[in-house]
Design a protein around this ligand. Structure first.
Ligand SMILES: [Zn+2]
Length: 571
């Protein structure tokens, strides 16, 4: 399968008429990847890693470049602590593999581009990280043939996988020669080229410099919003070679292809399935073009903070503007809410009964989720969308049944109070996000808060309120997002999915309750159709939940969770 695809890619590249000199030779880069595959897994300080280092040095010297072999020496790895929890104690490690360094262009503080050449045990490491090494050898060849106008250092780092050892040494010894560092790690997956690790050291000028090179190279680069927030909050926890530079105050980012097989994760990561066939030539070519264009222009002087916009391609705006827009949204939501006319109806079931009904529905859904999980912990992670839809059927069915039953006692009222709940929850979440410095994510709650607060005045368009309140549900609970968050250890899978659905969906439910506050459904609709519909919804949800389980056994799934799933197309 791979060969016709390669041929097609080659033909496509020719027919696009890409001018010579704008990209790297992808065929040669792929030959380098193949040569490293022949060496097998290349964990640090083994014959295989030493032969890899010699291969890289040999390729560079063959084109006439001067390779510096930075001798290995004992390296102090700092402790890693996040929110008071120690993830790694301070330690001293001794390794033998060298960093390989090549310089291009004039003297001066340089743009440093790094790729680690080791792998974990038992993984051929095509995407992690042979493809990055292959690209970087070819970039070095191009820079040797036509020296860049700006100082560039290319480094092949040792022993990344056991604690960024080579990069720690490089940052300690050579950090003051570096104007800006880029780590290439997890390259050639089919996912979009993405910026990770952009700490508060990375502002608007740096982001614009990256965006402008991406534009010139014809590459769309993404800066995932959650990545950006986490890298601003916990720069000490960065897990690739840029981390040691960031910790020393040297501006640094990590570039990677986010995901594989249509997901934001790569199930073959650190496994025997990380093979040559999974390296996407188009992504390799893209990265080569971007790197060459980055060497056109020196990294800019530091300046104001920036926000890399989602959805649109390579657009950066000042971060203060994002914060200002979010403050306007928050203020707008607040003012629109207090301007609402109060219309308290008396002698009916109000807000407290509504909250009680919601609590009963959530508790029942929670119980059904646990009862249908079997011996699995978090089976929903295997197929999040299916589980979300099934749990929503149970949650809304139960809520409908409870509210219909209660209405037999008294009519529902609520007027403004449900709307207050619908607006205040996202408003508070958004403001807390802003206060915590997560402006990149705050709008996900502030936009719906503002729309829901204003929507009741919009006449026929008032259903925009509940629709907007689905934004946090849609973005936070997107299947790819959940699987990526769990994969990276940010989502505890022991928390039942019902909890997330209830927390994120509560404002939507409140807005719907407000919309229905004075509806009276009498006759067959209220007496038969609605109750039966709700009951069928619960039954359908329970059936789906009890039949949908991961393909691996509960002990395996509970231990390895996503890594237990098979890599498509790889045995
Ligand atoms: Zn790696």
């Amino acid at each position: 399968m791979i060969r016709p695809l390669c041929l097609l890619a080659a033909i496509a590249a020719c027919s696009a008429g890409a001018p010579v000199g704008q990209g790297i030779d992808v065929d040669r880069a792929m030959v380098h990847v193949g040569s490293m595959m022949v060496l097998g897994p290349r964990p640090g300080d083994t014959d295989a890693s030493r032969r890899t280092a010699e291969y890289i040095a040999g390729e560079l010297e063959a084109v006439g470049a001067t390779v510096e072999r930075m001798p290995a020496e004992p390296v102090e790895l700092p402790a890693i602590e996040v929110m008071g929890q120690v993830y790694r104690f301070k330690q001293r490690v001794t390794t033998t593999d060298p960093n390989l360094i090549v310089r291009f262009g004039p003297p001066g503080k340089a743009l440093l581009v790094m790729a680690h050449y080791d792998t974990v045990r038992d993984s051929p490491g095509a995407v992690d990280n042979a493809a990055a090494v292959g690209v970087l050898i070819e970039v070095a060849r191009m820079l040797h043939e036509g020296a860049p106008g700006v100082p560039v250092i290319i480094a092949f780092t040792a022993n990344e996988e056991i604690g960024l050892v080579g990069a720690e040494q490089l940052a300690a010894k050579r950090g003051d020669e570096v104007a800006f560092a880029i780590a290439l790690d997890l390259i050639g997956g089919s996912g979009e080229l993405s910026i990770n690790g952009a700490s508060t050291l990375i502002g608007a000028p740096e982001l614009r410099w990256l965006a402008s090179a991406a534009d010139r190279a014809g590459v769309v680069v993404r800066a995932p919003l959650a990545h950006r927030v986490i890298s601003r909050w916990w720069p000490q926890a960065e897990r690739s070679d840029h981390g040691p530079f960031t910790r020393r105050g040297v501006r640094a980012v990590h570039l990677y292809n986010r995901g594989q097989d249509g997901e934001w994760i790569d199930l073959a990561y650190h496994s025997a399935g990380d093979v040559l066939e999974r390296v996407d030539r188009a992504r390799v070519a893209e990265l080569g073009r971007l790197l060459l264009h980055l060497t056109d222009e020196a990294p800019p002087a530091a300046g104001g903070d920036g926000f890399w916009l989602p959805v649109v391609a390579n657009e950066v705006m000042p971060r203060w503007l994002l914060v200002a827009i979010e403050l306007v949204l928050a203020l707008g939501a607040f003012l629109a809410l207090i301007a609402q006319r109060t219309a308290f109806a008396r002698d009916g079931l109000g807000l407290v009964a509504g909250i009680g009904a919601f609590a009963v529905a959530v508790a029942s859904t929670f119980a059904i989720e646990l009862a249908t999980a079997g011996n699995y912990i978090g089976p929903w992670l295997h197929a999040p969308l299916r589980a979300e839809l099934a749990l929503s059927l149970v949650l809304f069915g139960t809520l409908g049944l409870v509210t219909l039953a209660l209405r037999r006692l008294r009519p529902w009222t609520g007027a403004l109070r449900y709307l207050v709940i619908a607006v205040v929850i996202p408003l508070v979440v958004g403001c807390v996000m802003l206060a915590l410095g997560a402006a990149e994510l705050a709008w996900i709650w502030l936009v719906p808060a503002a729309v829901a607060a204003i929507a009741p005045r919009l006449g026929v368009a008032r259903s925009l309120g509940p629709i907007a309140l689905l934004l946090p549900v849609a973005l936070v609970l997107a299947p790819n997002q959940l699987r990526e968050a769990a994969w990276n250890g940010f989502l505890p899978i022991t928390v039942p999915l019902t909890v997330w659905l209830a927390l994120l969906g509560a404002p939507f439910v409140a807005a719907v309750a407000w919309g229905f506050r004075r509806r009276t459904t009498t006759g067959p609709l209220g007496a038969f159709v609605l109750p039966v519909g709700c009951l069928l919804s619960v039954i359908a949800g329970v059936i789906v939940l009890s039949r949908a389980h991961p393909s691996c056994s509960p002990p395996d799934f509970n231990q390895f969770h996503l890594a237990c799933e098979r890599v498509p197309g790889v045995r």
